[in-house]
Ligand binder design. Structure first.
Ligand SMILES: NC(=O)c1ccc[n+]([C@@H]2O[C@H](COP(=O)([O-])OP(=O)(O)OC[C@H]3O[C@@H](n4cnc5c(N)ncnc54)[C@H](OP(=O)(O)O)[C@@H]3O)[C@@H](O)[C@H]2O)c1
Length: 341
């Protein structure tokens, strides 16, 4: 299942509105093949694993490991349960059941009725973590929201004296690029567009691709027409929301099959989403600078302090990771929030 999880990981950020899934075929203690779901409309992981066998007959009597319960309905591709039954697998090991309430458990029942031994809950916690964005999306039709920022030790997004200098180390920038690559859309506020003129593309291993690029702007605000987002070769992948609330933005992005949304700032934009309890996960790179001013990481240049407007928010980090990148520390965790009255 750990190999299947590594396979599934390859699809993260590419499969929306489908989940990333990995599968492995094992016989007599030997791993015969593996597969992963590449993108919506492409074959599912189980199909890829069978295709990758030297010959399909090898599946007869073999074990299949798959990170998510196999699908049992006809979608853009035929149900995987049929392929599994037809191929003659002896046992199927499943990471976690489908979080879609319309499907949950159905695939398992069909396989059992077909005479296959089915075991579920294998490496379940890891499989569920991988499926978090899909689980939220399929039950709420809103994307999983990650707020990402590089911040000074005194909580600022910028160094007033440093003229646009990056806060974070080379290693952090690479880690940030990996987080980007796991998301379907990246959102920034109008000021960040004006000041940083970002490209918001995913640049990895010598290639570059564009997720959906989203800008939040005021109802009548003007944006620079010559910004990268409006003029580069992916300008068709840029969406501007004028005068919309964060919740409205999430609803619209959900209807466009955005499963994971990355908010990259600035401070006012983070505050708008955090303040309404709409952020699921944070990724903050803490950098070894003291700004003594600059744009607050959560709050931005608003007239009133953020907490005065929204009340005090208390976050419980329910799951967290602290990783060192050069001189920076990435704090990545989930937020369970309550208003502290
Ligand atoms: N260190 C980092 O990780 C990082 C990342 C990104 C940005 N930055 C820096 O952060 C600074 C910009 O941050 P900022 O806080 O001033 O601005 P921001 O969050 O980038 O943009 C805020 C602006 O977005 C528009 N907007 C529209 N709807 C909104 C809503 N519901 N909530 C919030 N904003 C909404 C408004 O502009 P209009 O009314 O004018 O349209 C608002 O003034 C820049 O200096 C940039 O370099 C740093």
């Amino acid at each position: 299942m750990r190999i299947a999880l590594r396979e599934a990981q390859k699809g993260v950020g590419r499969t929306a509105p489908n989940p990333p899934v990995g599968a492995v075929i094992v016989k007599n203690g030997k791993c015969l093949s593996a597969g992963w779901h590449r993108s919506a409309g492409c074959p599912h992981a189980e199909v890829e694993a069978v295709k990758n066998l030297q010959c399909p007959e090898l599946a007869r009597g073999a074990d299949l490991y798959v990170t998510l319960e196999p699908c049992s309905t006809q979608g853009r591709t035929p149900p995987c349960t049929e392929l599994i039954l037809r191929s003659g697998f002896r046992r199927v090991f499943i990471g976690t059941v489908d979080p879609n309430p319309l499907h949950a458990g159905r695939g398992l029942r069909i396989l059992r009725q077909g005479g296959i031994e089915v075991y579920d809950g294998i490496c379940e916690a890891e499989c569920k973590i991988l499926l978090r964005p899909f689980a939220k999306f399929i039950t709420s039709r809103r994307p999983w929201v990650i707020s990402k920022a590089a911040m000074t030790l005194d909580g600022s997004l910028t160094l007033p004296q440093a003229n646009g200098r990056w806060l974070s180390s080379e290693k952090s920038l690479k880690a940030a690029a990996k987080i980007r690559s796991e998301c379907d859309a990246i959102l920034v506020g109008a000021n960040t567009l004006r000041i940083d003129n970002p490209r918001l593309t995913i640049r990895r291993g010598g290639s570059e691709r564009a997720p959906l690029r989203v800008v939040m702007a005021g109802a009548r605000s003007k944006l620079p027409k010559n910004a990268e987002l409006f003029t580069d070769k992916w300008s068709g992948r840029t969406v501007v929301f004028h005068g919309q609330s964060p919740a409205q933005v999430l609803d619209t992005l959900g209807s466009r099959d955005v499963m994971t949304l990355l908010i990259e700032g600035g401070g006012e934009t983070h505050a708008a989403f955090v303040g309404e309890g709409l952020v699921d996960e944070v990724a903050i790179f803490l950098t070894p600078w003291i700004s003594g001013g600059g744009v607050p990481a959560i709050g931005g240049g608003q007239e009133k302090p953020f907490f005065e407007k929204t009340g005090n928010w208390r976050f419980t980090v329910t799951e967290s990771r602290f990783t060192r990148y050069g001189d920076d520390i990435l704090c990545r965790g989930l937020l369970a929030h309550n208003i502290d009255t």
